[in-house]
Design a protein around this ligand. Sequence first.
Ligand SMILES: [Zn+2]
Length: 378
Amino acid sequence: MTILNSTGQLLQQLIQLPSVTPNDSGCQPLIATRLAASGFINETMPFATVSNLWSRRGQQSPLFCFAGHTDVVPAGKLQAWQHDPFSAILEGERLYGRGAADMKGGIAAFITAVERFVSHHPHHRGSIALLLTSDEEGDAVNGTVKVIERLQQRGEAIHWCLIGEPSSQQQIADTIKNGRRGSLTGQLQVHGVQGHVAYPHLAENPIHNALAALAELIATEWDQGSPEFPPTTLQISNIHAGTGASNVIPGELEVQFNLRFSTALNQALITSRVTDLLNRHSLRYTLNWNLSGNPFLTSGGELLAAAKESVAEICGFTPVVNTSGGTSDGRFIAPTGAQVIELGLLNTTIHKVNEQVKLGDVDKLSIIYEKILEKLLL
Ligand SMILES: [Zn+2]
């Protein structure tokens, strides 16, 4: 029978608080109490329905920050779960529950790493902080972005930021993310003239007009990628036209597409290339853009080096460093000039039913985090 140690116990407590986004459900107060006992000063920064916690120990520079989120995605179909998603059932070596890997396991590892580090080294150099939000899985409007704004207003600068998102692929700590691609969505409306299909000369079919342009759009090579980033990609995610009737030429065509782009590009470059393309095809259109995140990259620096060395010492292998996957809250932190990396649990069950973690992985992650603190703050 597996006995839960301190990291496992904390993780179990956190899973049992059903913090479906944007609810925190008491996770941050629990964490704040733990951190206060280790000499942290807690500051809650609620915005609208979102709970945020900024907890800091020490006033000196450099400032090391663990960042993450207490909210989880909904459990989905309850019947599909082997165990209740908020009961945190332990089965053998595995703890089951929504948020176990994404990312309450990471948070539990932050806390126990900090507790051990501070008790062994109460006079460490610099400062340690935790930045936690309940808004990462939702709109990400009132979470990390707002906390960072407030910190910047008062001149509080993060030097090193470790985000505990589940970055590992096959085994714990095999992958560190040192950046993410940007994400830009285009909402295109191609205008035509509605009419009867038997009288096409009296109408203008936006589907016919747009097809060649869309074919060119998806065949475009945006860049060639770089050692740090895969080539930029564009995917059409939604397309709609027509009234449903077979005898009506539609008046409008709507297309939604999304680009995942590297630091070789930016919104202005992309929009001008897309606009040129559409204009060359003489379309009548309206085009709106939504930038959900710029790309960011921490190509070197002490934080990445300390993380790689710590993984090598504790796990006995060198982790892969890449920028794959969707965007993360790092997009709000990196523009301040902070070095930002992501290192966390396995991502194999995140957002799925039967989300789970191996307790040994959570323990190892906590030891890696502690080692990183030792390398940077002693
Ligand atoms: Zn997450």
